[in-house]
Write a protein that binds this ligand. Structure first.
Ligand SMILES: [Zn+2]
Length: 237
């Protein structure tokens, strides 16, 4: 695997076309699949081994940049970064960290729309490894089952803790909620800022990106979409 990557990089050095294409694809934030592209052997190494390897490689990166790794302020950074990547910001890659959602019977027979607004989204752009932060707004209509509200936050958090593209994040959250709630009547709306857009490239500090996924009745019935959008104060009509 590593050899293959190296040979691609080598070709790239001779003509530069591949690198340019990759740069354009990254800046356009094009994504290739709904599932996070993980290798089959992604979890063969345990967390501690991953942290140790990343620590070594990150230290190399800092060294190449020219930093003095003997400096007291810097010498712990490779370990801190490695631990943060494995245990925190990419913890959502690990299937065992997926929140277990307990279904409750909808005893009151509430069949209206349930909206949960302003759920924190803190993710990482997979093209630049810089933060994405914003809010998710979610609605569903119960098919007879409900889940605890905090579970919705946990599902958003789990899929956010991956290298992501906002479109994929939106779809992954929507698909998981449909599965858990046993209904297609799920709407997900994410409004987020990308540090890779704000602090580099076009450096547009004021812009944000909106993505949405409307399933079931939300897809079929424009008035349900409108009700949802007005509940989250995004009624644009
Ligand atoms: Zn990016």
């Amino acid at each position: 695997m590593e050899k293959k990557v190296k040979s691609i990089l080598k070709n790239n050095n001779t003509n530069g076309v591949w690198k340019k294409e990759m740069e354009e694809m990254g800046d356009a934030h094009i994504f290739s699949s709904i599932d996070t592209p993980l290798r089959e052997d992604a979890f063969e190494l345990n967390d501690d081994d991953k942290i140790e390897k990343i620590e070594y490689h990150f230290s190399e990166i800092m060294d190449i940049i020219g930093l003095d790794m003997k400096d007291d302020s810097l010498k712990g950074t490779p370990y801190r970064v490695a631990k943060m990547l494995v245990k925190e910001i990419f913890a959502g890659l690990k299937p065992e960290n997926k929140p277990k959602a307990t279904l409750f019977e909808n005893k009151f027979g509430y069949r209206e729309m349930l909206v949960e607004k302003n759920i924190k989204v803190q993710s990482t752009c997979e093209h630049h490894f810089l933060p994405i932060y914003g809010k998710a707004h979610i609605a569903y209509i119960s098919s007879g089952n409900v889940i605890g509200l905090s579970k919705i936050n946990r599902i958003v958090e789990y899929y956010s803790k991956r290298p992501q593209v906002q479109e994929r994040l939106t779809i992954q959250i929507a698909e998981e909620l449909k599965k858990v709630l046993k209904t297609d009547d799920v709407a997900v709306y994410i409004d987020a800022r990308h540090m890779c857009v704000q602090s580099r490239g076009v450096e547009d500090v004021g812009s944000s990106t909106v993505t949405s996924s409307y399933g079931g009745i939300f897809e079929l019935d424009a008035s349900k979409r409108k009700e949802f959008l007005s509940a989250i104060n995004k009624d644009l009509s």
